[in-house]
Design a protein around this ligand. Structure first.
Ligand code: HEC
Ligand code: HEC
Length: 167
């Protein structure tokens, strides 16, 4: 990762954190990770506990994506723009990776991001950038049981988990 990449993601995260702090967003399901007896072969229906995702194989991950990530994220994206995301499925995030079943992320076919786009979105991209920062990034991090990217956590879950950010 280049210096510019790191810096851009850091700045984006700082912005996201302050936006979230001001927004006072409500959280559903405070019970989260601990709740419900999920057996070893049953994927958790809700947010994973820390470290759980890392221990799952490809099949369990695909299962969790279908049962937890897809419905939760489809609801978020549709609430943001019901027309644009009328069709929301694995391909919306994974693109070709959903066809060849690699599900490799980040997905280079998603719009690639730059520092400028993240810090200074033009009028057309302000709302979607805000949506990504306040809903998609934290929502996905929570579902996957991953800490969000931050200065103190450079390996955390950030924009670069899905988007390529060329240096
Ligand atoms: C909102 C975006 C989004 C949607 C929708 C989505 N995924 Fe994912 N998926 C991700 C992200 C991000 C990762 C990488 C998580 C990580 O490791 O940080 C991932 C990872 C995976 C992996 C693990 C790949 C690996 O390398 O082990 C599989 C398998 C997968 N997704 C399958 C699916 C399937 C099947 C669907 C549809 C039912 C789906 N995904 C829908 C975002 C999404
Ligand atoms: C879980 C995966 C995921 C994460 C994390 C994520 N995005 Fe996205 N982003 C998407 C998807 C899916 C789209 C919709 C692409 C489409 O319309 O086909 C998108 C679209 C966008 C767009 C619209 C681009 C355009 O040209 O219309 C912007 C801007 C954007 N994201 C910025 C960000 C920023 C900034 C972050 C980090 C704060 C971020 N995204 C995090 C999946 C993600």
């Amino acid at each position: 990762m280049t210096f510019m990449n790191l810096r851009s993601i850091m700045l984006a995260t700082l912005f996201a954190l302050s936006a979230a702090a001001c927004g006072g967003k409500s959280k559903g399901g405070g019970g989260g990770g601990g709740g419900g007896g999920t057996g070893p072969d049953e994927p958790a229906p809700g947010p994973l506990a820390a470290g759980q995702w890392e221990g799952m194989d490809h099949e369990a991950r695909a299962d969790f994506m279908g049962k937890a990530v897809l419905p939760a994220m489809a609801a978020e994206f549709k609430a943001f723009d019901a027309v644009e995301f009328a069709e929301f499925d694995c391909k919306t995030c994974h693109g070709k990776g959903a066809d060849d079943h690699s599900f490799e992320m980040p997905n280079a076919d998603l719009p690639q991001l730059t520092v400028e786009m993240i810090m200074n979105p033009d009028a057309d991209h302000k709302a979607v950038t805000e949506f990504m920062m306040t809903k998609v990034k934290p929502g996905m991090a929570k579902l996957l049981g991953k800490p969000e990217y931050g200065q103190d956590n450079p390996t955390g879950f950030g924009c670069a988990a899905c988007h390529v950010i060329p240096g």
